[in-house]
Design a protein around this ligand. Structure first.
Ligand code: UGA
Length: 439
């Protein structure tokens, strides 16, 4: 089997490398020459655990190759995956599909012989059908089918999510196309991975349903956290108490500063637009978007309150800037709102992130980036944990106290145990749990 992967962003690169690991011949295509040259040299443009090794091994085995020349990549391919970006369009939130449609046209011009054109990018309902129209118009002679095969990869765990997925969703219109995709995913049959075979539209919508449901689950527990704080309950215990019910499930019930990243914020917005356009608004997701947006500002207010109502002329130490751990991705990270809000309120910021600082340097102004967690706390009035990197989970409390001017810790990810914090003598604020005052 031979496939081409158009776009070597997060989804394209992980999927391409993983398919090659399955033994498929994969050509990854991207217009960005610098990126392709790096990849050819075995260098990974993004931080994702395990990816660099996977790319290097499959390059060496000659199952994986990289090119800027779409024609060569597509030639002889049984399937061509479109995995280019679908950013939110300015004003509104509709997904911008110009890259997807541009790629479809180029693929149409390059393909030879029967080809399945698969959209892997997260695309609104109806995109697959439009891709079909574009290809048929560009190449009326061509023998092809279109398919939708959304991805469910989490950053930081993408390789295991690809290799051991909960399910694979394949939307096709013909048996021939379904056979090609089933053959590609055959290695997963050994793991008895459920394959959901469906139509194009259903597959496209399933992806949005998954992401918006998860965003809703997070927002639900975040609002419960606020209520817990008001009535003296503990949100972690509430989450455990409901999560053990198999109908609810215990995942994605961690209260925090609001969801971020390259997917949930963009996909919730896009779904809201799709649903409005279709005349079937999904109001629950509209509310989720609104709550999540406000939540980030509320987190800055929480820090201000922890400092006695003002951070003017105070130094705030921030640990973690990325939207979640094990990634260098800063897209829509809650820190992008929390830090500027604190600065607006008069605070100076010292910050550290294990992987995100290079990216963060372009996104913040007047932030002092530090070499490690302890350097960040030096002389600060308050310590704030924004992202739950493992490196922050076992801080030496005595050392932290000796470095901070006042022992105030705001833990927006609930990584510490209340008992431990009580014993360590911190003024400790977390999310949806009792606040502790230092004795
Ligand atoms: C998400 C989905 O989990 C993937 O299944 C999907 O394939 C991907 O989007 C995508 O559409 O490409 P990802 O954005 O990498 O993956 O990250 P998540 O682990 O889902 O976290 C998203 C955000 O929710 C983060 O800001 C995280 O901190 C937050 N979160 C997550 C919580 O606040 N609480 C939780 O319990 C879980």
């Amino acid at each position: 089997m031979k496939i081409a992967m158009i776009g070597t962003g997060y989804v394209g690169l992980v999927s391409g490398a993983c398919f090659s690991e399955f033994g498929v011949e994969v050509v990854c295509v991207d217009k960005d020459e610098e990126k392709i040259n790096k990849l050819k040299a075995g260098e990974c443009p993004i931080y994702e655990p395990g990816l660099e090794n996977l790319v290097a091994n499959n390059l060496a085995a000659k199952r994986l190759s990289f090119t800027t020349d779409l024609k060569t990549g597509v030639k002889g391919a049984d399937a061509v995956f479109i995995a280019v970006g679908t950013p939110s369009r300015r004003g509104g939130g509709h997904a911008d599909l110009s890259y997807v449609y541009g790629a479809a046209k180029e693929v149409a011009e390059a393909m030879d012989g029967y080809t399945v054109i698969v959209t892997k990018s997260t695309v609104p309902v109806g995109t697959g059908r439009e891709v079909k129209r574009i290809v048929a118009e560009a190449r009326p002679d061509a023998e092809f089918d279109v398919a939708s095969n959304p991805e469910f990869l989490r950053e930081g765990a993408a390789i295991s999510d690809f290799m051991r997925p909960d399910r694979v969703v394949i939307g096709t219109e013909t048996e021939r196309a379904a056979d090609v995709l089933s053959e590609l995913y055959r290695p997963l049959y050994l793991l008895e991975t459920p394959i959901v075979q469906t139509t194009l539209e259903t597959a496209e919508l399933t992806k949005y349903a998954a992401n918006t449901f998860l965003a809703t689950k997070i927002t639900f527990i975040n609002e419960f956290a606020d209520l817990c704080e008001k009535v003296g309950a503990n949100v972690q215990d509430v989450a455990r108490g409901i999560g053990l019910d198999g109908r609810i499930g215990n995942k994605f019930l961690h209260a925090g500063p609001g969801y971020g990243g390259s997917c949930f914020p963009k996909d919730t917005l896009a779904l809201v637009q799709t649903a409005k356009d279709a005349g079937a608004p999904i109001r629950i997701v509209e509310t989720v978007v609104d709550i999540n947006e406000k939540r980030k500002t509320q987190m800055a207010e929480k820090v201000v309150a922890a400092c006695g109502g003002s951070v003017a002329n105070k130094t705030v130490a921030v640990l973690g800037l990325t939207f979640k751990p094990d990634t260098d991705d800063m897209r829509d990270s809650p820190s992008l709102v929390i830090v500027p809000e604190l600065q607006k309120a008069g605070a100076s910021i010292q910050a550290y992130d294990p992987q995100g600082m290079k990216e963060a340097a372009h996104l913040f102004e007047d932030v002092v980036f530090c070499e490690g967690p302890y350097e960040t706390m030096q002389g600060a009035d308050v310590l704030v944990i924004v992202t739950e990197w493992n490196a922050f989970r076992a801080l030496d409390f005595e050392r932290v106290k000796s470095l901070l001017k006042t022992p105030i810790l705001v833990d927006l990810r609930n990584i510490y145990n209340l008992e431990d914090m009580k014993r360590a003598g911190f003024t400790y604020y977390s999310v949806g749990r009792e606040a502790l005052a230092a004795e």
